[in-house]
Design a protein around this ligand. Structure first.
Ligand code: PMV
Length: 346
């Protein structure tokens, strides 16, 4: 960048779906969460590809998202994020053209902000010539400033985002718990129950929960023991041990949303029906906790993510096929972290 010719770079990143959720921050500006969270990164069906070109000849940043110009709000969020990259690279006045493409509907609870800001962080730092951002922890902490969950999409496989202890957030980044090839038969059967944009952004909604929910403190206490259960189950690839915790954790997050004021609701009638069907499916294999074959989890949206293993994938699909109102079903495997394709989008 600078006196040299304009620099262009592209990056691809995939969405991740948390099983221990990030919901609430202890520092809003720095996006430092109140608790650690754990997710699996999905395969390329939930992918964002982004090209960034910095050029001294530009007078402002521009954004094209899925083939249309970005809205004012989207552009402002991208520009604010690029300000961090400009500050680090010491080129405060160099603007950028950004073109980004999702392989799935934006803002439909499919974690487009996670793949979006992970890809943007990787493409922008490369385009700005910031070689040291090959360090994934640094890249993760940077992506976090765009969207908290993006810190996890830097890595493939199972990933834990650490809240850290420092006030400046310098120890708040994600680390990989296990690589994608470690759990090849894990599946996320995604039921799209609505591809409409959400009514309230997760950023605003979680701030409301921290401010107004009395149950939120109680949730933070139970998250610690769930983190321990999940780390162990991932290490041992023990799905039956993982499943009840995945569901309880999703329920806990949606409970504190409802406990916020005014209440926040992302689930719809079909989401609730899916929850009951999954519980019934598990009960058909026996009532013990060790018999679960599938586990639902929902983010800030009504779409269901049903984690299961290859052996029960068909059963879960059958359960969804018998229901009305599901727009689309997608089956994802565990996927890769950030990569840098040679081909640019413009
Ligand atoms: O995508 P963000 O950073 O706005 O946060 C959303 C958080 C949840 O998706 C609801 C949970 C999570 O941990 O991904």
């Amino acid at each position: 960048m600078g006196e040299r010719k304009a620099m262009k770079a592209s990056a691809a990143a995939n969405a991740n779906i948390a099983i221990i959720k990030y919901w609430g921050r202890r520092n809003d500006a720095l996006r430092i969460p109140t608790n650690n969270s754990i997710s699996f990164t999905m395969d390329d069906q939930l992918q964002t590809v982004t090209t960034v070109e910095f050029s001294k000849t530009l007078h402002a940043d521009s954004l094209v998202l899925n083939g249309r110009p970005g809205t004012k709000t989207e552009l402002a969020r991208v520009s604010n994020f690029l300000d961090n990259v400009r500050a680090i690279s010491g080129k405060r006045r160099v603007h950028a053209n950004v073109v980004s493409k999702n392989s799935f509907p934006t803002a439909a609870g499919l974690a487009s902000s996670a793949s979006g800001f992970a890809a943007l962080a990787a493409a922008a730092t490369k385009a700005a010539g910031l070689g040291r951002y090959k360090d994934k922890k640094q890249l993760s902490a940077l992506a976090r400033l765009g969207s908290g969950s993006a810190s996890r999409s830097i890595y493939g496989g199972a990933v834990e985002w650490l809240t850290g202890k420092r006030k400046d957030g310098s120890d708040c980044y994600a680390v990989q718990l296990s690589p994608p090839e470690r759990w090849k038969d894990l599946r996320n059967v995604i039921a799209i129950t609505s591809s409409k944009e959400k009514r309230i952004s997760s950023t605003d909604a979680m701030a409301r929960t921290v401010r107004t929910s009395e149950m939120f403190k109680c949730r933070l206490e139970s998250v610690e023991s769930r983190l321990r259960i999940v780390r162990k189950a991932i290490l041992e690839r023990d799905f039956a041990a993982l499943a009840p915790t995945i569901m309880q954790e999703s329920d806990s997050m949606h409970a504190v949303m409802l406990d916020s004021w005014p209440p926040i609701t992302y689930l719809n009638g079909i989401s609730l029906e899916i929850m009951h069907k999954v519980v019934e499916l598990n009960e058909s294999y026996g009532h013990g906790q060790r018999n679960a074959v599938a586990a639902y989890t929902f983010d800030a949206g009504p779409n269901a993510h049903i984690y299961t293993t290859a052996k029960y994938e068909r059963q879960v699909q059958k359960l969804l096929a018998e229901m009305e109102g599901i727009e689309k079903v997608l089956v994802c495997r565990v996927g890769e972290g950030v990569r840098y394709p040679r081909k640019h989008l413009f």
